[in-house]
Design a protein around this ligand. Structure first.
Ligand SMILES: CC(C)(COP(=O)(O)OP(=O)(O)OC[C@H]1O[C@@H](n2cnc3c(N)ncnc32)[C@H](O)[C@@H]1OP(=O)(O)O)[C@@H](O)C(=O)NCCC(=O)NCCS
Length: 215
């Protein structure tokens, strides 16, 4: 499996006639006008306007996900004072156009997010990391995470990325979720995540996905 992934990666990289074009303002703006779309009461929007309300809602969502045991960087109990600066920095990068955010809302309330973080060195300019994948505990297992990831893949394609990577916590079945979206495991960092004080408790699983090229 890993051999096949590596060969496919090499084929993708060498097949490119020109380097990918990364998220210019106009591409992003054009894409924004194509969304939001509403499915079953949920609106998905790429790169929504950044304001204080979004920062507050993102911080509160992140805290709820942490307290429900979600694998999103912090240990429970969630401390909003720790989470808010991380949210603020992420939103600032979205605002300046260097990172991208896909936001899911229900009745104006933020219920899910994903973020895309690009690479800047020329040899990895076709790659982006998917981070901050989270769905409000009250809305999980309803297809929202899948919808968010599919929209993220669409956004990544439009921005010119062809390889997406992410890492996730072992032991929660997250590999199943990402596997259903086309990600393959290419490595594990043993004891890579200090979710408890025992460094052997949780490993970090590294996954990659080759996006289909779109015209
Ligand atoms: C992981 C997460 C984003 C998935 O979102 P979701 O809206 O619940 O996912 P979906 O409803 O689209 O799930 C689709 C399928 O993926 C699989 N899946 C989703 N979450 C899973 C989990 N935690 N464990 C195992 N399989 C899972 C299931 O097969 C599911 O289908 P099913 O409900 O019919 O069994 C969400 O559970 C979440 O926010 N978890 C907490 C935060 C977190 O751990 N994020 C991952 C950071 S790397």
């Amino acid at each position: 499996m890993l051999g096949a992934l590596a060969s496919e990666l090499m084929r993708t990289i060498f097949a490119r006639a020109t380097p990918p074009r990364l998220g210019s303002i106009s591409e992003t703006s054009e894409y924004d006008h194509a969304v939001p779309t509403a499915t079953n009461g949920v609106s998905l929007r790429a790169d929504p306007p950044i304001d204080q309300r979004l920062e507050d809602q993102f911080t509160a969502l992140w805290a709820r996900v942490v307290d429900a045991g979600g694998a999103v960087n912090f240990r429970p109990p969630a401390n909003e004072a720790e989470i808010r600066p991380v949210v603020r920095a992420r939103l600032a990068r979205v605002d300046e156009g260097s990172d991208h955010l896909v936001a899911a809302t229900v009745d104006g309330q933020l219920v899910g997010t994903t973020s895309l973080v690009g690479s800047h060195a020329p040899v990895v300019a076709h790659r982006a990391s998917v981070v901050g994948v989270m769905v409000d505990p009250a809305h999980q297992r309803m297809g929202l995470g899948t919808a968010l990831m599919e929209r993220t893949h669409d956004l990544a394609c439009r921005l010119g990325y062809s390889v997406l990577t992410l890492t996730c916590r072992s032991g929660l079945g997250l590999e199943t979720f990402y596997g259903s979206l086309g990600y393959e495991t290419y490595g594990v960092v043993p004891g890579g995540l200090l979710v408890t004080d025992d460094p052997l408790d949780h490993h970090e699983v590294c996954m990659a996905h080759l996006l289909e090229r779109r015209p």
